[in-house]
Design a protein around this ligand. Structure first.
Ligand SMILES: C[S@@+](CC[C@H](N)C(=O)[O-])C[C@H]1O[C@@H](n2cnc3c(N)ncnc32)[C@H](O)[C@@H]1O
Length: 249
């Protein structure tokens, strides 16, 4: 931390205007984050308190504290695909917030298909081992949450259809459908690969697959699976700074 800068900003923070106090707090936090090899967002990004998205997530959980970047991106992606035909799906729903976001963004009653073991993550493979020891390895069984809880959480969306089981066991039940948006959030290599391979051919033109885990250092297998699967159908993954990976049809 540069002491001269700290003193200059610090003094303005004491006697200055509101925005100078905020600039000072931001400067201190940025330096602290840098020291920890982390980074904080630009304080002027308007997405962080977008009223439309905040209202959507608070409908799901009134105590929801702040908009998470991946929820914001998913909502906007979904909203941008509203004009397309086709249904929506999620592989890996946990308590249901991301499914809620998708259905809220579409603002219609098209069916939304939810595939989840509701028993947590499946067995990791070699591909799922993080590259460095400073990153925690996710374990089989993490994120287990009962189906009934998710069903209750999504009670406001009668178009939500549930398929409990290990991916890809129940995909055959929607084999004759077309999709405009599929959200994949299953963390590991095999279910990410199987989800992409099943849904991509069933996307309508202009449709999209969003993979939540693509850029997460905890999920190297998801990234490998998506890169390889996208390459098989002649696509490149768009890696967005939220950590999500996007493949367009
Ligand atoms: C990280 S959570 C999903 C989080 C959720 N999308 C959200 O935004 O809150 C991962 C989910 O994927 C499910 N899952 C993981 N691997 C699976 C597999 N092989 N088959 C079925 N479900 C799986 C887990 O049960 C868990 O609910």
């Amino acid at each position: 931390m540069q002491l001269s800068k700290l003193a200059r900003y610090g003094w303005r923070a004491v006697i200055g205007e509101q925005h100078e106090k905020r600039d000072f707090a931001f400067y201190v936090m940025t330096q602290l984050a840098k020291w920890l090899d982390m980074r904080i967002y630009n304080k002027h990004n308007s997405w962080q308190d977008d009223p439309e998205v905040l209202a959507v997530v608070r409908r799901f959980d009134p105590k929801y504290p702040r908009i998470r970047e991946r929820h914001f991106f998913l909502y906007n992606m979904a909203r941008s695909l509203r004009h397309l035909p086709g249904e929506t799906a999620e592989c890996g729903a946990l308590g249901g917030i991301s499914s809620h976001i998708i259905m809220a963004a579409f603002e219609d009653s098209r069916p939304h298909h939810i595939f989840d073991s509701f028993s947590g993550l499946s067995q990791p493979t070699e591909h799922d081992k993080p590259k460095t020891e400073s990153v925690r390895a996710l374990q089989a069984g993490e994120f287990a949450s009962p189906l009934e809880r998710t069903r209750q959480n999504l009670a406001a969306h009668p178009q939500a259809l549930f398929y409990q089981g290990w991916i890809p066991e129940r995909f055959a039940e929607v084999a004759d459908k077309q999709f405009c948006l599929v959200h994949i959030d299953v963390d590991f290599f095999e279910p990410t690969r199987d989800s992409f391979d099943f849904f991509f051919p069933r996307l309508v033109a202009g449709g999209a697959i969003v993979c939540d885990d693509y850029g997460q250092k905890t999920c190297p297998g998801a990234r490998k699976a998506l890169d390889e699967a996208a390459a098989r159908v002649g696509r490149k993954v768009i890696h967005v700074p939220t950590g999500q990976g996007l493949v367009l049809k």
